[in-house]
Every structure is written in structure tokens, then in C-alpha cells.
Design a protein around this ligand. Structure first.
Ligand SMILES: [Zn+2]
Length: 250
């Protein structure tokens, strides 16, 4: 293997670690805001339940007030019964009393239903509050561990960036530009090994990056020359492993 290809593979190895650490750092940095968003959503749900139960409670209070007024009306009519002067007057009062009492029993049922609904909502809200408490405890934990982990990953990243610069210095300018262009397309994976398929000649060659067939010319050239050859399909920089250690299909 030529020195340039070897330098590129060294760079590839550091680049791969960099990609990995960067992705872990991204996930870590997002952990706290993600947990905060989760809690905020739960709080909104909890507040909505609370508002709903307050509204229901108010409407139950209004109905109860109404009921009391109607009860007073009934009491008044009852007193009037005693002083009724005619049968007609008496009958009218009695009808009025019975109508109100029938209405009142409907109202009482309505109030009861509302209060039952309030109880259900309150239980739901209490369960949600428990969940919020648990998520808040988790947030405290995530915040603490994230800080340590972010510090650790940042140190690793600085270290790898230094290693990357060192590895890049060993690669000729033009090859480096090609590497960086391809690496940016494939998330840091710019190199592809040429896989050798078949038990005896003529072998088939396949790009280890995209698995498309490759011309034998690439292999023949790379065995004798230290040069940049890219896959015609995916554009990755091709390399061959030393003879005897090739990536063979089984
Ligand atoms: Zn390819």
C-alpha cells in the first residue's frame, strides 16, 4: 500500500471517530432541552385539566345556588298554601310547588354528574402531577450527567481535532481536498475498500462503499501506483488491501 493511501486511511480512521464523538455530543446537548420540553407539555396538560375542573366546579356552584333559590320559592309557596283563600288558588300553588320540585330533582342529578366528572378530572390531574414530579427528578439527573458527559466528549473532540490536523498534514493537498469533498457527502466515510469476489481468477471486484461492480483496471492500477482512484458510482476513494488479506466474499 502506498504512503498516500496509507495516510488517507489514517485520516479516515480519525475522521470516523470524530463523526462518532460529534454525534454523541449532539445527542447529549439535546438531552436537557428535550426533557424540559417533555415536562412543559405535561404541565400544559395538567393546567388544562385544572382549568376544566375549575369551570365545571363553577357551573355546579351556579346550579346549587339556583337550587337554593328554588327551595326558598317552594317554602314560600308552602306558607301561602296555609293562607289560600280559594280552591283554585290552592291548586295553582300546589301545581307550582310540584313543578319546581320536579325541576329541582333534575338539577340535583345534573349537579351530581358534574361533581363526579370533577372527581375523575382531579384524579387524572393528580396522576399527571406525579408524572411531572418523576420527570423533574429525571431532569435533575440528566442535567447533572449531561454536564459531565459534555465536558468529557468536548475534551475527546479537541483531542481528535488535533489528531485530525496531524493526520491531514501527511496527505498531499489535492488528495486532501478530494477526501474532504467525499467525506462531507458520506458523513466522514470517504474511503472504500475494493472487495474481491470469487475463488479463482478472473475475480469480480466490488466497491465496499456502494457494492457496485468495479473495473479490474482500478485494482491493477492501485496495486502498482499510489494514486487517487474513485468509485465510478459513489465517488468514494478506493483502496486495495495487501494481497493475501483482501476482503473476499465467502
Ligand atoms: Zn462505490
Amino acid at each position: 500500500m502506498g504512503t498516500m493511501i496509507e495516510a488517507l486511511l489514517g485520516l479516515q480512521s480519525v475522521e470516523r471517530q470524530l463523526t462518532h464523538v460529534k454525534s454523541r455530543l449532539r445527542i447529549r446537548k439535546n438531552a436537557v432541552p428535550a426533557q424540559e420540553r417533555r415536562i412543559q407539555q405535561l404541565r400544559q396538560d395538567h393546567d388544562a385539566l385544572h382549568a376544566k375542573s375549575t369551570d365545571l366546579r363553577k357551573s355546579a356552584d351556579r346550579l346549587e345556588l339556583d337550587l337554593r333559590q328554588r327551595d326558598q320559592e317552594v317554602a314560600k309557596d308552602r306558607n301561602a298554601l296555609n293562607t289560600a283563600k280559594t280552591n283554585k288558588e290552592y291548586a295553582t300553588l300546589l301545581t307550582h310547588i310540584n313543578t319546581i320540585k320536579a325541576d329541582n330533582s333534575k338539577l340535583e342529578e345534573q349537579v351530581l354528574k358534574i361533581l363526579q366528572e370533577v372527581d375523575v378530572i382531579k384524579a387524572e390531574a393528580a396522576k399527571l402531577q406525579e408524572q411531572i414530579n418523576a420527570e423533574e427528578a429525571r431532569l435533575a439527573e440528566v442535567t447533572k450527567t449531561s454536564k459531565d458527559e459534555i465536558d468529557r466528549l468536548t475534551t475527546m473532540l479537541d483531542d481528535l481535532n488535533a489528531k485530525r490536523d496531524e493526520a491531514a498534514q501527511k496527505v498531499p493537498q489535492e488528495a486532501l481536498r478530494t477526501f474532504e469533498r467525499v467525506a462531507s457527502t458520506y458523513d466522514g466515510e470517504a474511503m472504500a475498500v475494493i472487495e474481491v469476489h470469487g475463488k479463482r481468477p478472473p475475480f469480480d471486484y466490488v466497491c465496499g462503499g456502494c457494492f457496485m461492480a468495479l473495473n479490474a483496471e482500478h485494482v491493477n492500477a492501485l496495486r502498482v501506483r499510489d494514486e487517487i482512484r474513485t468509485c465510478n458510482n459513489c465517488g468514494r476513494i478506493l483502496y486495495v488491501e495487501p494481497q493475501g488479506q483482501e476482503s473476499r466474499s465467502r
